[in-house]
Design a protein around this ligand. Structure first.
Ligand SMILES: Nc1ncnc2c1ncn2[C@@H]1O[C@H](COP(=O)(O)OP(=O)(O)O)[C@@H](O)[C@H]1O
Ligand SMILES: [Mg+2]
Length: 209
């Protein structure tokens, strides 16, 4: 039996199957026509990122992408806001995972949201939701800037759940804001909130932005 996990303007997320065959399906069939192209771009981007990351432990495996349905393997665990990772080992492993993403030429871009981080049953981290991920050359300046933003978001979560384990270097990184995050705060975020709240009537109850 399929279970609906979430539905918003960009589609529905279903939990399908059971046991080893458990899958997570992103279903765009209910998306309004004028949002279709955007939703499809997001899913296509996710498919591309997951294909690149195939074999990386801590990221779902892409199972299929039809243009309307995207299926990825299910990772057993809880979203960060429920799993509450208070063990510094979680954050060490999460940092390693970000380095692996980066080595494969992928930046996530949406890691401020706690629901995109999972705490697996064995306590290790996993990352989901690659709709606005970036794919590029790991050495380019732009890519490195975005990778640093991914890391800053991870460190903010570390500050929430185990602040006493932040190293001096990590504290410095948190204190230093990039021009990108400042610009986002000043204008991008306002536009995003206006769009999602007014235009899409979106209830953003998905953790902290
Ligand atoms: N592969 C997965 N394994 C386990 N849970 C998942 C997986 N993919 C998504 N989820 C759960 O479903 C939620 C919504 O999926 P997500 O890809 O983040 O969709 P959205 O783009 O709508 O935020 C996630 O926050 C997570 O709790
Ligand atoms: Mg998400």
């Amino acid at each position: 039996m399929d279970t609906l996990l979430k539905r918003d303007a960009f589609g529905a997320i279903w939990l399908c199957g059971a046991g080893d065959g458990t899958r997570i399906r992103r279903d765009l069939s209910s998306v309004r026509w004028w949002l279709r192209p955007l939703a499809r771009r997001g899913a296509a981007r996710e498919a591309r990122a997951l294909r690149r990351l195939d074999g990386v432990d801590g990221v779902p495996r892409l199972l299929s992408w039809t243009g309307v349905l995207l299926e990825r393997s299910h990772i057993a665990g809880l979203p960060m806001q429920q799993g509450q990772p208070r063990n510094p080992a979680y954050f060490r492993a999460a940092h390693r995972l970000l380095r692996q993403l980066r080595a494969h030429g992928v930046v996530h871009n949406d890691l401020a949201k706690e629901p995109n981080w999972l705490v697996r049953d064995d306590g290790r981290p996993a990352i989901v939701d690659f709709q606005i991920a970036g794919i590029g050359a790991p050495r380019s300046r732009w890519f490195r800037l975005l990778a640093r933003e991914d890391l800053r978001h991870l460190l903010k979560h570390k500050r929430t759940y185990c602040p006493e384990h932040l190293t001096p270097v990590e504290r410095r990184l948190l204190a230093r804001r990039s021009w990108l995050s400042l610009a986002w705060r000043r204008s991008g975020k306002r536009l995003y909130n206006w769009l999602t709240r007014r235009v899409l009537r979106w209830q953003d109850n998905e953790g902290r932005g």
